[in-house]
Design a protein. Sequence first.
Lengths: 151, 289
Amino acid sequence: MKLENRCVVPADPITTWDLVMDVPRVAPCVPGLSALEVEGDDSYSGTLLAQAGPMRVNLSGTLKVVSRDDQRGEAQFLLEAADRRIGGSVKTTMTLQLTPTADGQTELTIATDTAFMGALGTLGQPIIRRKAAATMEEFAKNLAGLVESTG
Amino acid sequence: MIDFEFHQATDLDHAFSLLADYGDDARLMSGGTALVLQMKQRFSQPGHVIGLTRIPGLDGIEETEDGSIRIGGLCTQRQVENHPLVTERIPLVAGAYRHVATPRIRNMATVGGGLAHGDPNQDPPPSLIALGASVVLSSANGGQRIVPAEELFVDYFETDVRPGEIITGLVVPPAPDGAGTSYLKFLPRTADDYATVSVAAVVTPDASGNCGDVRIVLGSVGLTPIRAAAAEDALRGQPLTDEAIREAAATVQDAVDPLDDHRGSAEYKREMAEVFTRRAVRQAAGQVS
């Protein structure tokens, strides 16, 4: 499953880059993300909850920074997570790209490519897919809020 | 299956009291066709399940004073599809329930349970919304809220049923005099599958035989059932010609938001949404008198 979302962050590219690459700092902006811990250099663990009504998919796993280009404002992440209760997992490649806008702000593009494995099945996949867009929108809103609150 | 405690409610007050006792950790169950599947797959893990099927007085179907049909929340879907008041007064609804899965499931699944499930792939909601049906939500101490079916579905598997409320009834007005109705379900795989796209249409003529009013609602192509407002606006006041219907149906592609899955790509479903809207409206328009 491929998804691409864009949002404008009310800050210049350098400020935005420093913020989005500081994973523990930006983590509270991701709806449903909890228990984030630093595992090592550019490696983190955590749990992501996707919920649709009374149904829940609780993905626990790791996020690793695969590559980063500070000059171009581009980074690639690998997310591997599983819901052991349900017996299914996801593997997501996430590409993050910053582009300066004409008014001095920054356009943030997040492209994800996700493979679903195991028993997430007919109920789990649509929950994650349907919630992905809403999660990204909320993330963008929270990120803008964080930028504004930190000046 | 996960461990849980089962409580059999003996009447509505008992059910409300159990809901108050166990709150978020409780799920209501009537036929169990949706909940048990979610629990088996561990998407839902309630500590307490409150059985509703022995609550008396919620499985009747009757005509109200204004000519609407009131269906109890615990009526099985099979009961609805076969009841003479439904087949004669609101045949669109009988037909929609007849499309649900298989008779074995319809003999278990209830009207209230299906609505509370909030699955956008279900058959009945588009027809209920197209007819302007209302859902009766009851709560402790005689509390009651009437919510239009159109407003019940708020997000993916999420409804406007509030904590402490139980769906106790559904009130469906018959289609207006002279109106034509249609429910089409596109099933490219098996007869008991969810729809790839489904469309309900109610077309009401004006005095000159043009389209006086029209309601078009699609299922399986978004987070909730989707009302095709632009298509309705395009048709209102127009003669019910093939060309007008074709132009109106074309707007549906922008209204839907399907997912790629084993029933077809999003692009294919978007196109089928247009095709089946065209066919449903044409069929409904062919019945107007």
